[in-house]
Design a protein around this ligand. Structure first.
Ligand code: CKU
Length: 606
């Protein structure tokens, strides 16, 4: 590894070439590929697009559901003029595990399917010749890795994924792959922290770079004017009359980091940043010191054919739909998204709650559903033999997510777990460690939160107070008391909120999930559950409750769009709680939201 998670950029000193396209692909059911030297040439392969999930490319079920080892292979040429450079290959993500080989030699291993990694391949490449890049990946789920799940063996010996979470276990090379040429000594990381004063901003920066060269940093506005500059690996940039970054006001600056030796430029890194502050204070969520009410979605990286593969067309359409409906925020449920999503949010002026893939911390999905109904869990998840290993991996994902995303103005908070078990004391020390690490890793000290499942409630939940703002996932009127019982649902919902009111101190609350499965083609008068009319009624009731509590500071509905899940009796070809269909067309609820969100001021309840 080059020990840098910096996004690949082309600058005066850096080169990056896309390796995306059609790769060779082959399943390795018996895990015999390494013994049979598949890294020296993949025979009997099929073509596979990169980036994409492999699953929905196939037309047969065994291939779609395949669980185990699989291989990808491509070729690339390294030009002669890169001879004095450090050559690296960088993956935006490979789901869930990867081993990387160059010309048959292993150069990297990585665990975790939603974060980038790279490999320094300088010693293994041939110049002006084709080089073979092979990836041995694996998509099995376990309890020592996030997201959590199991691998089930069928009676015919084939393995299938048994996720403890509610989205399809898409796998493959999901994000862009880049061949990079870097200077031998280069900038490896940087971070910024903002302080605002009347008519002024201070940007405290820190740069990490190899070697002993001198560092200088400058900030440029979009007209090309230099707004500030400073020298040294740490320092402060003073910006007079800063154009602040905000919702729908995506003022960005280009930060230019130069590493020099003997007066010569050794490395240059450029990025786009936004000057803004975000904090929880006095019961408010404050963006640039002003209260803000969060309106938006829990989302997924999910689309037909490409699964979880990064696709600019899907991402841009999603931003267009979110702007149209009047949203200002989304949570990257249930894993960090492709980096391109964050750069787009920076450019669009969107807020992001960035979530680590800590989902499925239940023994099975059905247990999670029980918990969603408020029922007691049977399992004390955090007392398992596997817990220490899981915690180590969890913290390494929190680390890489924060290192990767810490400079995005759009990222306002970290979500450190989704719907874990919190009702046994044993959860608390686990949570404390994850929360402490997130604070330590983030130079901006962003607020931390986690999404509370229905039975993590006052009196039962042992961990809620660790959150800087509390995030509730609630399904009153869907998983419990649906249909004509919705009147009871509203009463029970209010009773829970009244309990929170007694103990919350001045912590703000937001909703990170609420929703009702809805067939985008079903209308029924009077409504029934699953009809579009019922989704609207459910939302009207839920919003009435939200509007009665001034300390509820945000609403992220579940889900932006319908998405694929594992097959089962509670899902009909996927989860249908989308406000948009899977092909990103509005259900009638989209118009309910458009009306509501366009009428709520940015500082609603502030
Ligand atoms: C959502 C079963 C409870 C899980 N919770 C998290 C999210 O991933 C699910 O899709 C609720 C739902 O629709 O059930």
């Amino acid at each position: 590894m080059t020990a840098s998670l910096l996004y690949p950029r082309v600058t005066a000193t850096r080169r990056a070439v896309s390796l995306d396209g059609l790769w060779k692909f082959r399943f390795d059911l018996e895990s015999k590929g390494t013994a049979e030297n598949w890294m020296n040439g993949l025979k009997n392969s099929v073509n596979m697009p990169v980036p994409a999930s492999f699953c929905d490319i196939f037309t047969d079920k065994d291939s779609r559901e395949y669980c185990g080892d699989f291989w990808y292979e491509t070729e690339f040429l390294v030009p002669e003029e890169w001879k004095d450079r450090k050559i690296a290959v960088r993956f935006g993500s490979v789901t869930h595990k990867a081993r990387v080989f160059i010309n048959g030699t292993e150069v990297a291993q990585h665990v975790g399917g939603f974060l980038p990694f790279d490999a320094d391949i300088t010693a293994y490449v041939k110049f002006n010749e084709n080089n073979r890049l092979s990836v041995l990946a694996n998509n099995e789920l376990s309890q020592t890795m996030i997201p959590c799940g199991a691998t089930e063996v069928l009676s015919d010996g084939k393995k299938i994924a048994a996720p403890y979470f509610d989205f399809y276990n898409y796998a493959g090379i999901h994000r862009p792959v880049k061949l990079m040429a870097l200077p031998k000594e280069s900038v490896t990381d940087y971070s910024t922290v903002y302080r605002l004063e009347e008519g002024k901003a201070f940007v405290d920066y820190s740069v990490e770079a190899e070697g002993n060269g001198t560092v200088s940093v400058s900030l440029h506005d979009d007209e090309g004017n230099c707004a500030a500059k400073a020298e040294g690996r740490t320092g402060t940039l003073e910006v007079i009359d800063p154009k602040l970054w905000g919702i729908g006001k995506p003022n960005l600056y280009t930060i230019v980091i130069s590493l020099c030796k003997d007066g010569k430029l050794v490395d240059e890194y450029k990025d786009r940043i936004g000057i803004r502050t975000f904090e929880v204070k006095g019961g408010e969520l404050l963006l640039n010191g002003k209260p803000v009410y969060l309106k938006g979605f829990g989302k997924h990286e999910d689309a037909d054919i490409r699964g979880k593969g990064m696709d600019y067309a899907i991402a841009q359409r999603d931003y267009e739909c979110m702007k149209w409906i009047g949203a200002n925020c989304y949570r990257t449920s249930h894993y960090p998204y492709a980096e391109e999503w964050y750069y787009m949010a920076d450019e669009e002026g969107f807020l992001i709650i960035d979530e680590v893939p800590a989902v499925g911390m239940f023994e099975s999905l059905m247990n999670a559903v029980d918990a969603s109904k408020g029922q007691q869990q049977k399992v004390t998840w955090f007392e398992k033999e596997t817990t220490p290993e899981l915690l180590e991996h969890h913290i390494s994902c929190v680390h890489d997510m924060i290192v990767r995303d810490k400079n995005h103005p759009s990222v306002i908070a970290w979500s450190l777990l989704n719907e874990p078990e919190t009702i046994h004391e044993s959860a608390r020390p686990y949570f404390e460690q994850v929360f402490a690490k997130a604070l330590e890793f983030d130079p901006q000290k962003r607020p931390r939160t986690f999404a509370l499942v229905m039975n993590s409630r006052p009196g039962l939940c042992k961990c809620w107070d660790l959150s800087d703002f509390v995030s509730l996932n609630r399904y009153y009127g869907w998983y419990v008391m649906g249909g004509p019982r919705i009147v009871n649902a509203e009463k029970a919902f209010r009773a829970e909120m009244d309990e929170w009111a007694k103990i919350r101190g001045d912590k703000p609350f937001i909703f990170t999930e609420y929703g009702a499965d809805t067939n985008g083609e079903l209308h029924k008068l009077p409504s029934v559950m699953w009809s579009q009319e019922y989704q609207d009624e459910y939302l009207e009731m839920t919003h009435r409750v939200f509007d009665s509590y001034p300390w509820i500071k945000g609403e992220l509905v579940w889900n932006f769009a319908d998405f694929q899940t594992t097959e089962g009796i509670i899902r009909m070809n996927g989860n249908k709680k989308g406000i948009f269909t899977r092909d990103r067309q509005p259900k009638s609820a989209a118009f309910v939201f458009k009306k509501r969100w366009e009428s709520l001021p940015e500082d609603y309840k502030g």
